[in-house]
Design a protein around this ligand. Structure first.
Ligand code: SAM
Length: 310
């Protein structure tokens, strides 16, 4: 496969590199914001499941632009604070505090609130995805559990009236998830950005106006809906479905020529190579150059070792 074949097949992948985003997912958050104005008035934001960091880049660029604009007319403006959480290490992003940890861990919410000087966030976003197993039902189940875990930590770190955006798989039981979200938010919408492939059942819930039910006690230790007796009955809720981005935005399922929209194509390297990716060990093993030639030694990245040393 040629070096540019992915650039041809996936216009958002190509644009991400041209515009300096670490992943094409950046466009999903940008298109969600264009439709729902989620960054309006936000000074404290949390990016759950953030690596490699394109959503954190979007938060950093957009919140800082808003801050600079407000500063022109007022002296009483607060600089944005952004926190990114992921199991994996992430290359640094200016203005983003990183926590390498698990969103299901009891201490993660406490660490976030401590970074905000004991205040709560205005916005929580989560693009979390578990490693896909290929077993459709299993993948959907694990994704829904991750969404509930994100909702649980969000109930501990989000301000009243705050906004929560998270990835959801539009599958059989999605309406149960919408109903559970509707317990905590006045408005729950299912959004499909044009940069998210039609062929993928991925979508995003945009939940506005956080208002937990009376008597709800956010807790890291109890299951999310353990004090269910005090909560209003969940009725089946069908979330409105909104496509984000109009027809002027490229279609993520279309193959475009390399020279496009009057621009001559120039190959760009990815913005940020992964740091310590899970496939690193396999790549190292692939670089064993004399495998099979000498049964007693291997050459790994130029160093020859005996099999016993290896
Ligand atoms: N939004 C990111 C971006 O734009 O660069 C991409 C996120 S990637 C699709 C999903 C991430 O979810 C992975 O980096 C994975 O490590 C993270 N993740 C999955 N389960 C997690 C958990 N329990 N706690 C923290 N991160 C988790």
């Amino acid at each position: 496969m040629g070096k540019t074949s992915k650039d041809k097949r996936d216009i958002y992948y190509r644009r991400a590199k041209e515009e300096g985003w670490r992943a094409r997912s950046a466009f999903k958050l940008l298109q969600i914001d264009d439709e729902f104005n989620i960054f309006n008035g936000v000074t404290k934001a949390v990016d759950l499941c953030a690596a490699p960091g394109s959503w954190s880049q979007v938060l950093s660029r957009r919140l800082n632009q808003n801050y600079q604009k407000l500063k022109e007319t007022s002296t009483d403006v607060v600089a944005p604070k952004i926190i990114a959480v992921d199991l994996q290490a992430m290359a640094p992003i200016e203005g983003v505090v990183q926590i390498q940890g698990d969103i299901t861990n009891v201490t993660t919410a406490e660490q976030i609130i401590a970074h905000f000087g004991n205040e709560h966030a205005d916005l929580v976003v989560c693009d979390g995805a578990p490693d896909v197993t290929g077993l459709h039902d299993m993948d959907i189940y694990i994704q829904s559990q991750l969404l509930l875990a994100a909702l649980k930590i969000t109930t501990q770190i989000l301000k009243p009236k705050g906004t929560f955006v998270a990835k959801i798989f539009r599958a059989k039981d999605a309406s149960l998830l919408y109903s559970q979200l509707k317990i905590f938010f006045t408005s729950v919408t299912c959004a499909k950005p044009r940069s998210s492939r039609n062929s993928s059942f991925e979508a995003f819930v945009v939940c506005k106006d956080f208002c937990p039910p009376e008597g709800f006690e956010p807790s890291s230790l109890n299951p999310l809906l353990s004090n269910f007796d005090h909560l209003p009955e969940i009725n089946k809720y069908i979330a409105p479905f909104v496509i984000c981005g109009d027809l002027s935005q490229p279609d993520s399922d279309t193959t475009y020529p390399l020279d496009f929209e009057g621009k001559k194509f120039q190959y760009c390297e990815p913005t940020q190579s992964p740091i310590s990716p899970p496939y690193e060990e396999a790549m190292a093993l692939l670089s064993i150059t004399n495998l099979g030639k000498d049964p007693n030694s291997v050459t790994l990245k130029g160093n020859t070792m005996t099999i016993a040393e290896f």
